[in-house]
Structures are given as C-alpha cells and as structure tokens.
Design a protein around this ligand. Structure first.
Ligand code: BG6
Length: 479
C-alpha cells in the first residue's frame, strides 16, 4: 500500500546552466556558470583574488557552455521523462536568456520563446512544470559590474526578471521557487550570490547583506505570484544537511545547535516566518558585526513579513557531524558542509556521507518547525557509471540509494509530515555544479559525453529508469 498521498509530485530536477548548453544562442548573455572553469578545482580557481571572470578557452574548459545540449534536444529528453511517468519536472529559467546582461529594461524575446516550448512540451505529457527562478546562474554582468547580491540594485533586476516569467507562465505553472539552495552561500557564495574573493566574499557581512537583499527579492516574487493568482505556490529552496553531534559531550551538542541555526535554519526561518529569528544578533556577533550594520529598511521588513513562502523546497544529499572538541581527527571529505566522519555512515565516491534516516529526521525537523508543506526537490547519488557495449548501465547502487531515501520519506509521511513531492537530482546526466564533471552522474538516463566534452550525446535509459517508472506507477509502493 502506498504511503504517499494521491497527487504526489513524482518527477526529476535539473538546472538550466548544467544541461541546456547553447550558451550563446537565442541572444543569451553570459552567466556566472558560463565563466566557471571545468574540473574539481573550479571554485578554488574562481576564488583567487585575481580571477577576472574573462573567458580563457586556452587555459580552461567550460563544460556548461555545451551542457548536454538540452537546448536542442529538450523534446527527446522530456519524452523520456514522460516515459518514466513524471508528474512534474523541476527546471530553472536561465536569467541570462531572459535578461542577457541582467540590467536591461526589456526581456529577450527569443529566451522567452525557448521556455514557452519547454513548458508546452511538459504540459503535452501532463507533466507539471516546477520552476526555479534562479539556480546558480545569474548574469555575469551582475557579478562583474555590480559586485553580486551585496548590491541592492539586484533586488530591482531580479524583480523584473521574476515578474516577467511569473506573468508569462502563471496560468500554466503552479509551482515556483525563488532561489536555489539560498543558504549554501554560507560556505559557497560564488554561484548563489555572485560573491568571490575579488568582490568581498571573505567578509561575512557581505554574505548576510546579500542574503537580506535576496530575501527581499524573494518576498517580491511571492507577492507578484500571489497578485497574479492567489493559489500559486511560491516556495523557498534550502540545502538541508541534517546535523548531528559526534557524541553526547554537551559542548558538541551546543555547537551542533549553533550550526543548525547558522546553516539549516536561518534562511528558512526568515523566508517561512517572514521575520529574522531571535538568534540573529548572536549569529552575526560571532563575525564581529550587528544586524544594525546591515542595510535594511522598515519597508523591506514589512514586505518580508507580508510575503512568507507557501512551501519549503529543499535538497538533501547527506548529513553532517559536528565535533568541536577534537575527539576525532577523521574529517569528512568532499562534503560542502565540512565536519567529521560519522562512523555509522558510508560515503559516495565523492565523499558525501549517505544517510537516508537523516532525510526522515530532516523532514520531521522542518515540519515541526514550520508546519508548511515540504517538497524534496533534490536528492540522489553522484556516481561513476559504466556503460556496456550494448548500452546497458546496471546502476544498482543508485537504485539502492534512492529506494532507501524514498522509504525514509514514507516514514516521515507516517510521522505526520505534509510532503508534496520528490524530484531526484539530475534525472538525466548533466554537468556537476561543484566539480564541472560529466563523470559524476546522477541520472536515470545516461548521456554519452565525457569530462573532455567528447561523445555522441546519445541518451540511454539506465536500469534505474524502469525501476523509477514502477515507483511512480505504484505511487511509491513498489520500491
Ligand atoms: C545541489 C545543486 O547543490 O546539488 C545542484 O542545487 C547540484 O545544482 C547538485 O548539481 C549536486 O551537486 P554536484 O556538485 O554533485 O553537481
């Protein structure tokens, strides 16, 4: 028997910059992702103080330029999603297709026409589009000329972008999200906030100022969405990493509580409750500044209060473990959140600690805190796949990962959590955000493309393709 409610949104998730390609077609401008070099060192390189964001094709590769050529193959890709039985498809709209420099007053018609086709293609198969307005792909000009999200002018630019796409698609698209993984900026301000060493990423005050500006921009998107149609669902999107104390040492327990506030809770608290939480000042003081040092106005705070999000979308890949007392020296690797290794967990090939029970805990933690619907909009296993001569990929490890996470979601539904849907990440193989690799694959569909940009780009369903098809068909009963 299925534990999942009728109408549960099974689907998959992608982001424009990681699959579309066509980076200069249809009048598109450069995005921050277009200027990121490929390879595992991409963020280290972009964070060098003298990194100037000019394209240097002699020196670097740029895997996001071609993506997996979804720009030309989206019909084939969406047909495969339909074959799996997707009820929804989460994708993002590349801001730089609609406003190539970010600061224009009129949108680029060809960019909108591209997304008209994507939306139409989804609806043709009764797949509900779920749109992320901004997913790690702000126009590069907003980084180089304006200094990223710490600049308040970006609120107006984003508002224009959000109004344009909401107005164009609100009759066809019910589910929206404002900013992908907004809280990731705490460790990783490049992609979400356009902040790098050369424009102030090393100053935490800039990150919090950028967040404030994004909160206001997001509240405007919620307001516009609801003005267009009060039944529209506009959510936030968080990167959630369930966080444990390494042991029962109260000092570690307190540090865990603080890490939860700083990373998992702060951005959600503001966007869901419409107000800064009680611990804000103590959080900021540890970086040596006060809330009063941020540029905020009474009108902005009122706007925030009046426009909380309708639901919480979040990604969940791994959990984190805190040990500030130094009781273990075993550091977790490849994990954005950092911390130490959890002795009870295994890790992926990239060191991300696999923890399905942590997802059930995350769902309970968030639902108890907010009592608003939750949507798991990213989850999955980045792995190296082997393809046989007859194009078979036996990705049992991926099936096992996803099965256990779906069981954890079923457990949370039993616990009383209001869960809207599940869109595993990279439902078709695409370019990795953190490493710029193709070899870190998440998909149900194999794409013949390697880390050097070589391959036929042919699509091949993996074993997990038919497995997920039966999961959707049975509404999560057959795992
Ligand atoms: C999330 C992002 O952090 O995780 C995606 O929203 C990203 O854009 C995904 O691709 C997986 O991370 P990675 O680095 O393995 O691609």
């Amino acid at each position: 028997m299925s534990k999942f409610p009728k109408g549960f949104l099974w689907g998959g998730a992608t982001a424009a910059n990681q699959l579309e390609g066509g980076y200069r077609e249809g009048g598109k401008g450069l995005s921050i992702a277009d200027a990121l070099p490929g390879g595992p060192e991409r963020f280290k390189i972009a964070n060098q103080p003298d990194f100037d964001w000019q394209l240097k094709p002699d020196q670097y590769t740029y895997p996001n330029h071609a993506g997996i050529d979804h720009y030309h193959r989206f019909r084939e890709d969406i047909a495969l999603f339909a074959e799996m039985g997707f009820k929804c498809y989460r994708f993002s709209i590349a801001w730089s297709r609609i406003f190539p420099q970010g600061d224009e007053t009129e949108p680029n018609a060809a960019g909108l026409e591209f997304y008209d086709q994507i939306v139409a293609e989804c609806l043709k198969y009764n797949i509900q589009p779920v749109i992320t307005i901004s997913h790690y792909e702000m126009p590069l000009n907003l980084v180089t000329t304006y200094g990223g999200w710490k600049n308040k002018q970006l609120i107006g630019f984003y508002e224009r972008f959000a109004r344009t796409v909401l107005t164009r698609y609100y009759k066809q698209v019910k589910y929206w999200m404002t900013f992908n993984e907004i809280n990731s900026a705490l460790h990783f301000p490049v992609m979400g906030q356009g902040l790098v060493a050369s424009n102030g990423a090393n100053d935490m005050q800039n990150i919090y100022q950028a967040w404030h500006n994004q909160f206001i921009a997001g509240a405007k998107a919620v307001q516009i969405g609801h003005q267009l149609d009060p039944t529209l669902k506009v959510g936030c999107m968080l990167l959630y990493a369930t966080t444990y104390s390494y042991n029962a040492n109260p000092v570690n327990q307190l540090a865990t509580l603080k890490q939860n506030q700083a990373f998992n809770q702060f951005c959600g608290d503001v966007q869901v409750r419409g107000a800064y939480p009680s611990y804000t000042e103590s959080l900021l003081q540890q970086y040596g500044f006060s809330f009063n040092d941020l540029d905020t106005t009474a009108d902005e705070l009122a706007l925030l209060k009046a426009n909380p999000v309708d639901y919480i979308g979040f990604s969940y890949y791994m959990s984190a473990t805190v040990d500030v007392t130094g009781e273990t020296q075993d550091k977790a690797s490849g994990n954005l959140i950092g911390g130490v290794k959890n002795p009870y967990l295994k890790a992926s090939d990239w060191g991300w600690q696999i923890d399905p029970t942590g997802l059930r805990i995350a769902l309970n933690e968030m639902y108890q805190r907010y009592q608003k619907p939750l949507f798991v909009v990213e989850n999955g296993l980045g792995a190296k796949d082997e393809i046989s001569a007859d194009h078979q990929v036996n990705d049992n490890y991926r099936i096992d990962y996803l099965r256990k996470h779906i069981e954890a979601m079923a457990g949370a539904v039993d616990d009383g959590v209001d869960l809207m849907g599940y869109t595993p990440w990279g439902c078709i193989d695409l370019v990795s955000a953190s490493t710029g690799q193709m070899s870190k694959r998440y998909g149900f569909i194999y794409v013949d493309l390697d880390d050097n940009g070589q391959g036929t780009l042919n699509r091949y369903p993996k074993k997990s393709f038919s497995w997920y098809q039966q999961v959707i068909q049975s509404n999560g009963a057959k795992l």
